[in-house]
Write a protein that binds this ligand. Structure first.
Ligand code: FES
Length: 113
């Protein structure tokens, strides 16, 4: 699987949002309502909280700080249930194979100095 990086066992995400760091970038692996994995940046677009400290409810990843909800595609979903395409979490290509979650295209943070 050229370009794919082994992230974690799917059981880790089955237990709830699971933080993994790849090349210095924090990611959160979680399972959508249909049981398929999603991998987002582990950083809420509101105030940078770790989404991995949140929980999954009704197929949405919930931030622990102010309870913003993000759908399976990474869009913020307001209390009215309407998704906002202007407010998103970075989402990465993901696949499941042999009980493991794989990801690709994770950006490497720039280093200073
Ligand atoms: S920091 Fe995530 S909702 Fe405020």
């Amino acid at each position: 699987m050229d370009g794919w990086v082994l992230l974690c066992d799917i059981d880790a995400a089955r237990a709830g949002p699971h933080r993994v760091v790849v090349d210095g970038t924090g990611l959160v692996a979680w399972l959508a309502a249909d049981g398929t994995p999603r991998v987002f940046a582990d950083r809420c677009p509101h105030r940078d909280a770790r989404l991995s400290a949140g929980y999954v409810e009704d197929g949405r990843l919930i931030c622990p700080f102010h309870l913003w909800a993000f759908d399976e595609s990474g869009l913020y979903v307001g209390p009215d249930g309407v998704a906002d395409p202007e407010c998103t979490v970075a989402r990465f290509p993901v696949r499941e194979q042999d009980g493991a979650i794989w990801v690709r295209d994770v950006p490497v943070p720039a280093t200073s100095g």
